[in-house]
Ligand binder design. Structure first.
Ligand SMILES: Nc1ncnc2c1ncn2[C@@H]1O[C@H](COP(=O)(O)OP(=O)(O)O)[C@@H](O)[C@H]1O
Ligand SMILES: [Mg+2]
Length: 257
């Protein structure tokens, strides 16, 4: 990409804390997402990954600390606030409606969140045509946008959910375990899609337990351990084994010394 802002901080998380009653899920997390890069978020179960994702998508406002977006402090009170900044999330359940066709899923609920181009002025033909373009641009392997989601494979569903997020998530696409339920071939297709998003200038935050995947698609990785940032590594300067050690604590984190 030739965008001069590539690599500049898009999101800065500074000292974010979040508790659920007695559970201190996040205890002062610091991390940065660089513009136009794929950043992995790693950590054992319960480390706080999903809670951090929900702080970034307006589901859980942090108790304390700051989130900066392009250098400006933001307070996300709802998922709509995040959407207005071009932040979209692919959740584990994908959020697709089984009995609707692919193009209907791609445009689902958009009349509520896009004030500038009201959904109702787009007719069906235009939405079908635009859906075909969206999927073609991302090289998504779905033969017909008029197919219902129910008839599609796991990989195709995942691709549609990612394509929807990518289409509306113009600045940041967050994926929580996007290939956890997929086979090898489908996983490869989703990884190609992630790389393509980055090629299109989108910033990606990828929660993954698959170190091979992290090494293949991410530019860098942040490791959370028990609600704290334990380490940050460029994937070009680490190994899957080191990342696993940082996740489990077998290798000391950057602040453990
Ligand atoms: N809505 C919630 N209510 C109560 N506890 C929660 C809630 N969400 C997460 N937690 C707790 O916060 C901690 C971090 O969870 P989570 O962010 O889901 O971790 P991860 O995604 O890394 O597995 C865990 O102890 C979890 O049980
Ligand atoms: Mg989680």
């Amino acid at each position: 990409m030739t965008d001069p802002t590539d690599g500049a901080p898009l999101v800065d998380v500074r000292g974010v804390t979040k508790s659920f009653d007695a559970v201190r899920a996040l205890r002062g997390v610091n991390l940065t997402l660089s513009q136009g890069r794929v950043t992995a978020l790693l950590g054992d179960n319960g480390a706080g990954k999903s809670t951090l994702v929900r702080c970034l998508t307006g589901v859980h406002p942090p108790d304390d600390g700051e989130i900066l977006f392009r250098g400006e402090p933001i307070r996300l009170q709802s998922p709509d606030d995040a959407r207005h900044l071009g932040i979209e999330t692919v959740y584990q359940d994908l959020g697709l409606i089984e009995d609707l066709q692919v193009w209907q899923n791609l445009f689902l609920n958009r009349e509520l969140t896009r004030g500038v181009v009201p959904f109702r002025v787009l007719n069906k033909k235009e939405m079908i045509a635009e859906s075909t373009t969206i999927l073609a641009d991302l090289d998504v392997d779905v033969p017909d946008v008029r197919a219902t989601v129910r008839r599609m494979s796991g990989g195709q569903r995942q691709s549609v959910a990612i394509a929807r997020a990518a289409n509306w998530g113009t600045t940041l696409v967050i994926m929580d375990e996007p290939t956890a339920a997929l086979g090898v071939r489908e996983t490869a297709a989703v990884e190609k899609l992630i790389t393509r998003l980055r090629d299109n200038g989108v910033t990606v935050l990828l929660v993954s337990h698959d170190m091979g995947q992290v090494m293949r698609v991410a530019d860098s990785a942040w490791v959370l351990r028990r609600g704290r940032t334990a380490a940050h590594r460029a994937t070009s300067e680490t190994t899957g084994d080191e990342l696993v050690g940082l996740i489990t604590g077998a290798i000391a984190g950057d602040d453990d010394a």
